[in-house]
Design a protein around this ligand. Structure first.
Ligand code: AMP
Ligand code: GLY
Length: 423
C-alpha cells in the first residue's frame, strides 16, 4: 500500500517510524514532515489545511490510506473531503471531531448520556459567566469552547483572576474559539490519558499514558503542548481501565453513533482519576503528542493492519499487543518555549545519541539546512526509551538526551517523577 501521513510533529514522526517497516507498505509519504521524518518517509511540501493539494497528492501518488495526525485538519473536515473523493482515511469526520473542536458540545453530550465529568455551564455573556463563578466557588476552571492549541484553559484561584479570564476570552483572546466559554468545577485527583481506536461502532482499547503539561520541573510554570510522557500510567490499573471503558469511552462511542455522528479514529480521553472514579476532562480526536511517541514504541507487531482496519470499519477483526516494557519520552524544546523561540540553532550529536535499540529520537520542529539539523519550532525533539520500569526508562531516556549537543534547547529533568514516587 501507499500511505500518506499528514502532519510534521513528534506524533507524526512516531507514526511514520511505526508504519515504515511494515511489509504491507510500498511507499510512505508525509506532508509536510520534518528532518527526522525524512529518514522514514518521502516528505512532500503540502500544507495539511490545503485540501485540494492533499487530494491531488493522493491521486498523483496513488495513495491507499491517509493517516491524519493533527486536530486542525480533522476539525476542518479533511476526512470528509477525502472520503467524498473515494480516498480511505484514518481519523474522524468533522461531525465527530467536534468532540475536540467544541468543549461545550462534549459537555452537553456527557450531560445527555450520563458520562461522568465536572459540573459546568456554557456562557457567551460575561455577566452570566461571573454570576455562575460566584455560585460555584473557587478554584474554578474557565475554558475557551474551541481549539486554542492547549492554551485555552485557565484555573483561577481568585474571583479577580476568574473575571479577568472571562473578559479576556470573551474579548477575543482566541478569536472565534473563545466567543463561547465552558466554566466548570475544579476536579481533584491524578490526571491520566486513555486512548482507544473506534470505527464508528466498535472500540479497540489501546492503552494509557501520562503527560507533563507544565514547562518546569515539579509541574510548575505555564502549560505547554506536553514536555514528556510515559505509558502505561500506573494510576490506570486493569480495574480502572475497565471503568474508563465502561463508563466513559464506550458510552461516548454509542452516544456519537446515536447522534448520527459516528466517531472513527483515535479517541483520546483526558481524565481525572478522582476519589469517585474516573471523570472526563476533555476529548481529543487524535493521538496525543508526545503521548504517541510513547505508544508507538510499545506496539508489538505491525500497526498498519490496525490503522487500515479502523479506516475500513473492520476494527472487530483485529487486535493489538503491547510490549511488557514501560516507554518514557523527554521533550526537548527551544529556549523560550512555550513563549517566543528563536529558530535556526544547530543540533549536533543526534546520530550518537541512541544508547541502544530501545531508544528512539523523534523529531518535531526540525529542519535540514545545508546538511545540518536545525531547530524550527517550539518543541523540537522527543527522546523515547523503553525500560523494565519507569525509573529504568527514565534513566535510558536522559542518557540519550545528555549526548545531544544543542545549547539552544532545554528539557525537564523530572519526567516520570510521579510514577517513580508511587513505588
Ligand atoms: P484541557 O485542555 O481541557 O485538557 O485542560 C488543560 C488542563 O487543565 C488539564 O490537563 C488539567 O490539568 C486542567 N484542567 C482542565 N479542566 C479541569 C478541571 N475541571 N479540574 C481540574 N483541572 C482541570
Ligand atoms: N499532549 C497533549 C495533547 O496532545 O493534546
Amino acid at each position: 500500500m501507499n500511505i500518506l501521513v499528514i502532519g510534521s510533529g513528534g506524533r507524526e514522526h512516531a507514526l511514520c517510524w511505526a508504519i515504515a517497516p511494515s511489509p504491507l507498505v510500498e511507499n510512505l509519504y508525509c506532508a509536510p514532515g520534518n528532518a527526522g521524518i525524512a529518514k522514514e518517509a518521502t516528505c512532500l511540501p503540502v500544507d495539511p489545511l490545503d485540501f485540494d493539494a492533499i487530494v491531488k497528492t493522493c491521486r498523483d501518488r496513488k495513495i491507499d490510506l491517509v493517516v491524519v495526525g493533527p486536530e486542525q485538519p480533522l476539525v476542518a473536515g479533511l476526512v470528509d473531503r477525502l472520503q467524498s473523493e473515494g480516498i480511505r482515511a484514518f481519523g474522524p469526520r468533522a461531525s465527530a471531531a467536534i468532540l475536540e473542536g467544541s468543549k461545550g458540545f462534549t459537555k452537553d453530550l456527557c450531560a445527555k448520556y450520563g458520562i461522568p465529568t465536572a459540573a459546568y455551564g456554557r456562557f457567551s455573556d460575561g455577566v452570566a459567566a461571573k454570576g455562575f463563578i460566584r455560585r460555584t466557588g473557587l478554584p474554578i476552571v474557565i475554558k475557551a469552547d474551541g481549539l486554542a492549541a492547549g492554551k485555552g484553559v485557565v484555573i483561577a484561584q481568585s474571583f479577580q483572576e476568574a473575571d479577568a479570564a472571562v473578559d479576556e476570552m470573551l474579548g477575543g483572546r482566541f478569536g472565534n474559539a473563545s466567543e463561547s466559554l465552558v466554566i466548570e468545577e475544579f476536579l481533584e485527583g491524578e490526571e491520566a490519558s486513555y486512548f482507544a481506536l473506534c470505527d464508528g461502532l466498535d472500540v479497540l482499547p489501546l492503552t494509557s499514558a501520562q503527560d507533563h503539561k507544565r514547562v518546569g520541573d515539579g509541574d510548575i510554570g505555564p502549560n505547554t503542548g506536553g514536555m514528556g510522557a510515559y505509558s502505561p500510567a500506573p494510576v490506570v490499573d486493569a480495574d480502572m481501565e475497565a471503568r474508563i471503558l465502561s463508563t466513559i469511552i464506550k458510552p461516548t462511542v454509542a452516544a456519537m453513533a446515536a447522534e448520527g455522528r459516528p466517531f472513527a479514529g483515535v479517541l483520546y480521553a483526558g481524565l481525572m482519576i478522582t476519589k469517585d472514579g474516573p471523570k472526563l476532562i476533555e476529548y481529543n480526536a487524535r493521538f496525543g503528542d508526545p503521548e504517541c511517541q510513547v505508544l508507538m514504541p510499545r506496539v508489538f507487531g505491525d500497526i498498519v493492519p490496525v490503522l487500515d482496519a479502523c479506516a475500513n470499519r473492520q476494527l472487530r477483526h483485529v487486535g493489538i499487543r503491547w510490549k511488557d516494557e514501560i516507554a518514557l519520552c523527554v521533550v526537548m524544546a527551544a529556549k523560550g518555549y512555550p513563549g517566543d523561540v528563536e529558530k535556526g540553532s544547530e543540533i549536533r550529536g543526534l546520530d550518537s545519541a541512541p544508547a541502544n535499540a530501545d531508544t528512539v529520537i523523534f523529531h518535531a520542529g526540525t529542519k535540514m539546512e545545508g546538511g545540518k539539523v536545525t531547530a524550527n519550532g517550539g518543541r523540537v525533539l522527543g527522546i523515547t526509551a523503553l525500560g523494565a520500569d519507569v525509573a529504568a526508562a527514565q534513566k535510558a531516556a536522559y542518557a540519550a538526551v545528555d549526548r545531544i549537543d544543542w545549547p539552544g534547547g532545554f528539557c525537564r529533568r523530572d519526567i516520570g517523577w510521579r510514577a517513580i514516587g508511587r513505588r
